[in-house]
Design a protein around this ligand. Structure first.
Ligand SMILES: [Zn+2]
Ligand SMILES: [Zn+2]
Length: 133
């Protein structure tokens, strides 16, 4: 239980209109992203696995207080306590057994969806940089 969770709970007691954090249950894990029907926020599914920092074997990951941690304290292969967290570009059938899912809220963009920037200080023809969001 993190301090932020406690504060949210206390706040929701005094201000019932403040909802305790939405868990975006209706966002299916097989979607890449989508709008949560409960809170209307754009949610992106992010998959993470943990690996032993010593020998590199995959260790089942889980989410604890919003952080990715390994399910086991020690590596089953070499006994090391150190681990690294790896973000998966996309989930597959092998990694799904090891991976933990974080449903990340994507903040609403104030800017239009396409931002154009002109390169400065160049003698060449200015290049149009299009940022796809
Ligand atoms: Zn939600
Ligand atoms: Zn290991």
């Amino acid at each position: 239980m993190s301090l932020t969770d406690d504060l949210l709970k206390i706040a929701s007691l005094f201000f019932p209109s403040i909802n305790v954090k939405c868990t975006h249950d209706k966002i299916r894990p097989d979607m890449e992203k989508g709008y949560c029907p409960d809170c209307g926020k754009l949610i992106q599914n992010e998959w993470y696995i943990t690996r032993c920092a010593c020998c590199g074997v995959k260790i089942r990951a889980m989410v604890k207080n919003g952080n990715i941690v390994p399910q086991n304290h020690f590596c089953h292969n070499c006994g090391s306590e150190e681990y690294t967290v790896e973000k998966l570009p996309q989930i597959n059938f092998i990694d799904i057994n090891f991976a933990a899912l974080i449903k990340k809220e994507i903040p609403e963009l104030v800017l239009p969806s396409t931002t154009r920037c002109w390169q400065e200080r160049t003698t060449e023809q200015p290049k149009l940089l299009v940022q796809y969001l």
